[in-house]
Design a protein around this ligand. Structure first.
Ligand SMILES: Nc1ncnc2c1ncn2[C@@H]1O[C@H](COP(=O)(O)OP(=O)(O)OP(=O)(O)O)[C@@H](O)[C@H]1O
Ligand SMILES: Nc1ncnc2c1ncn2[C@@H]1O[C@H](COP(=O)(O)OP(=O)(O)OP(=O)(O)O)[C@@H](O)[C@H]1O
Ligand SMILES: [Mg+2]
Ligand SMILES: [Mg+2]
Lengths: 226, 226
């Protein structure tokens, strides 16, 4: 459902120039749960942003659901992301002026689509957010903000879910709820789950692990166990 | 070096009202490395902010280095924090318009103090930031931003270091460097280290663990082993 072919991405100029991705090729299939691991600064978030069309590549191409997104116009990219992609950002990226509930339904509002109330209630219950829906981001703990970001990405039932360290701010119990939810999304709803994590326990929920190092793919692990 | 006596903290009004801390008493001694653990939303960040004088309490009192800070003026609080406290925020709180180096030396600049160049070089080398000093926060990975926040808190050699999930965005190797640095700061420099973490491995570096739940102290663990 998502494929990168030989993608290269360089940032900056002169003394901030960094080769963040160096000829990376990787494919993610429908219903597959992949964990991406690697040292801090190895290019994981950059890879995720390029695969989701949030950033452009300097060489190579990216395809989502058999559509080549490299070279697509901003308008078409936005429409594709809105209907097919959910993204849980490493820094959450919540809208500070909206409360938790409005942050969560924002993608649907922007698409002019209705909220599936049952699914909304299920996600909120699983993530323990029922009594925080009217709080704004600054009135939430770090882990609560992270869970709002998770709910926002899952509510639209997108074909592909990108999760950039989705349990980084969570205790083990709350983290397990998030991982179980992502795992069910892959197995029962056939979604493609691509999760960056530093936590080997989180990676053990995945079907396979892709290892990055210095902007390149170091290797793969099938069926990881913590 | 830091003591909280029966502190209570309530946030919000009406439907956002939350009793974040409920009669919490805890003492931290010089040279002691304490980990604070507990579920997401249990009050850890709130406790840290109240202990550091970044937020006021509604009842009880807080003392830092035998000075009662409850009721202190903003000016006096700012001076005390600047000379005695280093804080690594859960969301990093870096200045977006300054590069990494300027973010790290900012507290010293504001205090009109000189940078100890040897100590600066040591910290930068240990945290692997030497080739990122001219990058601005948006040009850094999540883990690199976190390490800049760690460097900023340690450069001034404060009597008390508050670390709110200082390894949340780091891979295990980089995280181990940060934990070893904090541990050395306690043992060799006699600093008081107070670290919030969700990671039992990180907690194992501490001399003891304080457990929070629903705004109250659930218990203590001495000499934790992962
Ligand atoms: N300004 C605010 N208004 C209302 N409630 C708030 C406000 N700030 C924090 N809270 C609430 O206080 C509680 C404690 O928050 P705190 O940030 O201390 O939790 P935490 O233990 O650090 O959690 P995490 O592990 O998720 O970071 C949370 O339930 C949060 O929703
Ligand atoms: N705008 C930019 N300009 C210059 N360099 C950049 C920019 N954005 C990212 N980088 C660099 O690209 C590299 C890869 O960053 P990326 O955020 O993908 O790492 P990561 O693997 O997600 O790390 P972490 O685990 O710390 O989140 C880093 O070394 C970073 O400094
Ligand atoms: Mg990252
Ligand atoms: Mg917190």
């Amino acid at each position: 459902a998502v494929a990168a072919q030989n993608i290269t991405k360089t940032f900056g100029t002169d003394d901030t120039k960094v080769a963040a991705l160096d000829e990376v090729s990787v494919t993610f299939r429908p219903g597959e749960f992949t964990a991406i691991m690697g040292p801090s600064g190895s290019g994981k978030s950059t890879l995720m942003h390029c695969l989701a069309g949030l950033d452009t590549v300097d060489a190579g191409q990216v395809a989502v659901n058999s559509t080549v997104i490299t070279g697509m116009s901003d308008n078409d990219l936005t429409k594709l992301r809105r209907s097919h992609i959910g993204f849980i950002f490493q820094a959450f990226n919540l809208v500070p002026t909206l409360n938790a509930k409005d942050n969560i339904v924002l993608p649907l509002d922007l698409a002019g689509a209705k909220v599936d109330q049952d699914w909304f209630d299920q996600i909120i219950a699983t993530l323990g957010l029922a009594d925080r829906l009217t709080h704004k981001p600054h009135q939430l703990s770090g882990g609560q903000q992270q869970r709002v970001a998770v709910a926002r990405a899952l509510l639209t039932r997108p074909a592909v879910v990108f999760a950039d360290e989705p349990t980084g701010a969570l205790d083990s119990n709350t983290g397990a709820e998030v991982l179980a939810l992502l795992s069910r999304s892959a197995r029962e709803m056939g979604q493609t789950i691509i999760m960056v994590t530093h936590d080997p326990h989180a990676a053990s929920y995945a079907d396979r692990v892709v290892l990055l190092k210095d902007g390149g793919v170091l290797g793969h692990l099938e069926d990881p166990t913590a």
